[in-house]
Design a protein. Structure first.
Length: 177
């Protein structure tokens, strides 16, 4: 059963999603903000629909955290999980890891870090690519945009991040494949 709490002009919806191994409760929350100009009756109806939809998503096993996670948060999680160690063969090589980290820090996170991962589409990546082709997008001060090979590598890294999110259960599919 979902609980609703009014918080200023918005409402916080809380749903219990079972218990952890230590016995503590798993709580998922979402915020509903009514559109300006809605009547109290319209707000009540929209809030009830939002509550029902949110509770259904939580109970059906959809990962609600993935809907709120930004690309920057995903990149941090990916890099921490992929950090090379001497004992694990499945991790990235040291040079690949360093290259990913540099590209993420230099270009991808500053431009797309704020975008929620469930809002990333092929159109988002096409617009990102278009921006990298523009004059002035290079950090070395040279004129012109980045090379097509560099842009393709950036797009491949974004796709790898989204594939990682699918593997972690944060997204149902990778929209770039």
């Amino acid at each position: 059963m979902a609980n609703i709490r009014k918080r200023g002009n918005s409402y916080q919806i809380t749903v219990s999603n079972g218990r952890r191994a230590d016995g503590s409760q798993i709580i998922e929350t979402a915020t509903f903000s009514p559109e300006p100009g809605m009547t109290p009756k319209q707000i009540e109806k929209a809030l009830e629909q939002f509550k029902v939809d949110f509770e259904r998503e939580v109970k059906s096993g959809q990962n609600v955290k993935g809907q709120r996670m930004t690309l920057q948060q995903l990149a941090e999680l990916f890099l921490s999980d992929s950090k090379p160690t001497r004992t694990d063969e499945d991790m990235l090589s040291v040079t690949t890891y360093a290259g990913y980290k540099d590209i993420l820090d230099l270009r991808i996170i500053p431009r797309l870090g704020h975008v929620k991962i469930n809002n990333i589409t092929s159109k988002t990546v096409k617009e990102y690519s278009k921006e990298l082709r523009k004059d002035g997008s290079r950090k070395d001060g040279k004129s012109g945009g980045l090379s097509e090979a560099t842009i393709a590598k950036d797009c491949a890294i974004i796709s790898s991040l989204l594939s990682y999110a699918v593997g972690e259960g944060l997204l149902p599919i990778n929209p770039l494949i």
